[in-house]
Design a protein around this ligand. Sequence first.
Ligand SMILES: [Zn+2]
Length: 324
Amino acid sequence: MKILRKRKIKRLFRKLIRYSNKIFDLFTAVASITDKRIKAQIPTVKIVAAMIIMYFTNQGSLNSLSQEIAFKKLKADIPSVSTIARTADTMDLEEIRAVGLAIYKKARAKKMLKPCYGMWVGVVDGHEQITSAYCKCKYCKKRIVTRKDGVKDTQYYHEFTAFILAGPKISYTLDIEPILPGEGEITSAYRLIERVCKNYPKAFSVVIGDGLYLKETVFNLLEKHHKYAIAVLKEERRQLFEEANRLSLLSKPETYRKKKTYYRVWEHSIKGCWDGYGKGVRVIAAEEATPKRVHSKDGKSFEDRLKQGKLDVGHKSTPFRRSL
Ligand SMILES: [Zn+2]
C-alpha cells in the first residue's frame, strides 16, 4: 500500500514537472534568475528548482523538504538548507517577478484563468508568514505575546501583502510586498498596488480589500490607474456607515433566495459622507438569513436564527451586480 502510494506520488510529480515545462517552459524561465553570491558553487537555478519542489510537494519548510523520503533520488540534487536560505536572501526580485509575469501571460493566453461574474478581480490582503522566538533578520517585526503561564515573550514575525488575481477555480498570486518593521499594512499595499498596476496593467479592473482598504489614499491610487475599488464598510467610518443605514431604513431592498438562504440587498449612491474622499461611492448593504429551526429558550416553541448583514463600498460606478 505504502509503496503504491509512493509510486503514485512519483508519477504525479513527474507529470507536474513535465506539464510545467511543456505549458510554461518553467525550468527554462527560472534559469534567468540570478543572485549576488560571490564565487557561487551551486547555480541559482538549482536553488530555485529546490524551492519549486518544496511547493510542488507541499512541504511546509526547507527542513521538511530535505527530510522528505519519497524523493530520495532527488535528495542528492537538493542543496543544503543553509545554502538555499543564503542564496534566496540575495536573489534578484525583479527577475523572479518577470518569471511570474511570463507564466501569467501564457496562462491568460491559453484561457486557463477565468473572470469572476464577468469581471477580472484583484484581491489585496495582508498575511503573516512565520513566527519565531529569535530575531533572524532586519525585516522582522516583533510583538509581545503572553504565554499560558502568564510569562511575556517577544515574538518575531514576518508579514507581507499579497495581490491575488481571483478566479472561480484558479487564483493566481501576481505579486507580494513585505510589511516592514514599524510599517502598517496599507503602506506596503500601496507599493504593491502601484507595482502590480504597472506590471499587469490589463489583468484586472476591480480591486477588493477588507475594511482597512476603505482609505482615500487607496481609492485615489486605484482611480489613477483606472481601476474600481471595493472595500468592506465598517462602523469606524461612522458618517458613511450611518448614512447607509439611514438610507436602508428608507428604501426597499432587493430580495432573493439562494438555496435555503434569503437575501435582502440595498444599493445606495452616497456623496459627501466620507471625509477626505470627495467623490461619490456606492454602498451595498446585504442581510442574509438562513432560517434554522431551533428550540426557543422556553423549549416550547421554535424560532429562526438570523445571520448579521454586511456592508461594502465601491466607487460610484463600480460594476456591482445586485446578486453579489
Ligand atoms: Zn526576519
